[in-house]
Design a protein around this ligand. Structure first.
Ligand code: NDP
Ligand code: OXD
Length: 306
């Protein structure tokens, strides 16, 4: 069995060493143009040339949860696409989102500014009941985040494509329930995959339906958010602020209006990093099961887009 590795923006050597150790029965090599045909590939955002030159591949194992970069490519119909399920990302996402929500809810940025200005002052404690958290996407990451947020006793609601029963989370599903979901949400978290149905879903119309003084945490994909709509709603006062980890253009260009905006907290697509050891262990397990013809978790439904 031959495995080829093609991950943009990743130092390949530790991955190649890790894959060789986890799959000693396989030949593992770094892809380059003209490389020999492989049976499986471990990839992140490979170029179209890679797909075109590797027609014998049976499966692509993505080193992330989101497969939008892969589904943009022209892919053979029978090529299986397998995403990472959690692999250490869910707890990181829970940390990131709870930190962002609590920082906003407890007004820690204002306290820090006051202290820096030499002041010792108090704000009226806010009521959790006034800050319901709505999570768009109740999948592997969204459910873990919902459970973590619920631990802090915020009211939690979640929206998914199909109905989901998650303890402590008020569930909403499908386009017909989106408005009701938004209308009862003050702090909105986006954990949707990027698909034709979800692109630009964070726009003037949807964000304006949130409770006044709304706060957004986008940890999914930059193309979910219409950036100028967020800026307009911050300006109007309807939105209190946002924490953004993902952007339409990454790295975020110098001079972008988000940079230095006083109501925005920005991070460089780092809310849940791919952890190499956990990911290699999961890929090795799935790859062996796939070779034995057993069902595996995380096979992408291509028409659905995730
Ligand atoms: P999953 O595929 O496990 O979950 C996706 C969720 O979104 C499901 O609940 C699904 O509904 C819901 N959904 C999909 N389409 C729609 C729709 N049209 N309407 C309503 N709900 C919809 O994904 P993960 O939780 O693992 O990851 C989510 C995303 O997070 C990834 O796709 C990726 O883009 C992003 N991500 C970002 C990272 C970062 O560092 N910033 C790191 C890792 C991931 P249903 O349950 O009914 O299928
Ligand atoms: C992912 C990501 O999708 O890192 O896993 O964004």
């Amino acid at each position: 069995m031959h495995i080829t590795f093609c991950c943009s923006d990743t130092r390949p050597e530790p991955w190649l060493d890790g894959l060789r150790a986890a799959l000693p029965e396989a030949q593992v090599s770094l892809w380059q143009p003209g490389a020999p045909q492989a049976d499986h590939a471990v990839v992140w955002a490979p170029p179209q040339q890679f797909i075109d030159e590797q027609p014998r591949l049976k499966a692509l194992f993505n080193t992330g949860a989101g497969v939008d970069a892969l589904l943009k490519l022209r892919l053979p119909e029978d090529l299986a696409i397998v995403r990472l399920d959690d692999a250490g990302m869910a707890v990181q996402m829970a940390e990131y989102v709870c930190h962002a929500l609590i920082r906003h809810f407890r007004e820690f940025d204002s306290y820090e500014a006051d202290m820096a200005a030499g002041q010792w002052s108090f704000r009226k404690p806010r009521r959790r009941a006034d800050f319901p958290v709505g999570i768009l996407g109740l999948g592997v990451l969204g459910q873990r985040v919902a459970r973590a947020v619920a631990q802090f006793e915020f009211p939690v609601r979640g929206w998914s494509r199909t109905p989901k029963a998650v303890e402590g989370v008020e569930g909403f599903a499908g386009p017909s329930q989106l408005n009701d979901f938004l209308a009862g949400t003050r702090m909105l978290v986006c954990l949707l995959p990027l698909t034709d149905d979800t692109r630009n879903i964070l726009n003037h119309c949807t964000l304006a339906r949130l409770l006044p003084g709304a706060y957004l945490v986008n940890v999914a994909r930059g193309a979910h958010l219409v950036e100028e709509d967020l800026l307009a709603l911050l300006e109007s006062g309807h939105m209190a602020g946002a924490t953004l980890d993902v952007f339409r253009t990454e790295p975020l260009p110098a001079g972008h209006p988000f940079r230095g905006h006083p109501q925005l907290t920005l991070t460089p697509h780092t809310s849940a990093r791919t952890l190499r050891e956990e990911s290699i262990a999961q890929i090795a397990r799935k790859l062996r099961a796939f070779e034995r013809g057993e069902p595996i978790a995380g096979v992408v439904d291509r028409p659905r887009g995730y």
